[in-house]
Design a protein around this ligand. Sequence first.
Ligand code: NAD
Length: 247
Amino acid sequence: MHQKKPLALVTGASRGIGAAIATRLAQDGFEVLINYTSNEKKAQTVLDHIHSLGGTGELCGFDVSDSEQVDEKFESILKTKGPLRTLVNNAGITIDSLLLRLKNEDLDKTISVDLKGAIYCTRAAAKQMMKERQGSIIQISSVVGESGNSGQSAYAAAKAGLLGFSKSIAKELGTRQIRVNVVTPGFISTDMTGALTEAQKEAILRNVPLGFFGEPQDIASLVAFLASPSSRYITGQVIGVNGGMYM
Ligand code: NAD
């Protein structure tokens, strides 16, 4: 008899880092739920790729910043597929603005998706994982949450918030063998960084000792490790994947 595959959910997995994480987890033997908000077509492309590699998964559309949607979706996952083993909170947005020009609506949107969205999903996943007495929750934060960045104060606040949140939850959930860790990517080549000008890219690379931008797979490798039993004694940690730009 085939053993049931462990279940992983990756938020914002229709492109970029999320797509790479979903693909890698599927290659490592997880059944992967690919979350997206509006772009079902792109999410389907990720799923098709996973299938072509022999992996399994399903699309799972919901908005992480809507707590009712999150609770409903996680309940229905539990009913149809069983409990989650791994949650990767990858969905994120950045709306850059200098502080004095920061609009309330942009601040609210950033905090709602990047911080509250991760908290809603973590709470819903923890409920299932606690009963199972196992689980791994991985937050995709940012180097900007550690070092700060001019013009990104709202984003930095949300991403830094994930660190305090995750360490607290690691303490709350440790006795249930649920591990909670934070990955802080540096500059990774995706749509999010594609908007940077050549001059901005050069300026950034001057502060990256390894001298190049990372790829989504560089984040996926660490997430795969944190989702696996090989990292069973690691919780409450913040791990940078940033080419040395912040130590
Ligand atoms: P991206 O913009 O390509 O992908 C972000 C994904 O999140 C998209 O698929 C988007 O649809 C999804 N998303 C946005 N709002 C959502 C919502 N409300 N509900 C569900 N999904 C939603 O960006 P990326 O570069 O792949 O970034 C992925 C994560 O890594 C983000 O959290 C980002 O902050 C973080 N990060 C990226 C970099 C980088 O250099 N690219 C650096 C540090 C941290």
